[in-house]
Design a protein around this ligand. Structure first.
Ligand code: HEM
Length: 53
């Protein structure tokens, strides 16, 4: 809901996820933690899209 004033389209989704991927890779976490965080990031990013395009 706090993103409602901002247009979040597919390009923003992809850019955000790309940065999260880079950050996650830099952490070099144990596979279980890495997988759980990535699962959250992909789910959350998809939920934030509020604008077509
Ligand atoms: C104009 C662009 C954006 C602004 C100004 C913005 C701003 C914010 C702010 C202020 C927070 C709260 C941070 C906190 O609680 O400390 C937040 C959280 C978050 N943002 Fe964004 N954001 C933007 C774009 C995006 C995009 C493109 C994505 C992914 C597609 C994204 C995903 C998230 C997620 C997953 C959270 C945490 C969960 C939640 O708030 O429900 N944001 N953002």
């Amino acid at each position: 809901m706090r993103h409602a004033p901002f247009a979040v389209d597919r390009a923003a989704h992809d850019a955000w996820l790309r940065h999260m991927r880079t950050a996650l890779d830099e952490l070099d976490l144990a596979p279980a933690y890495e997988a759980e965080l990535w699962r959250y990031f992909t789910y959350a990013a998809a939920s934030m899209v509020n604008t077509a395009g």
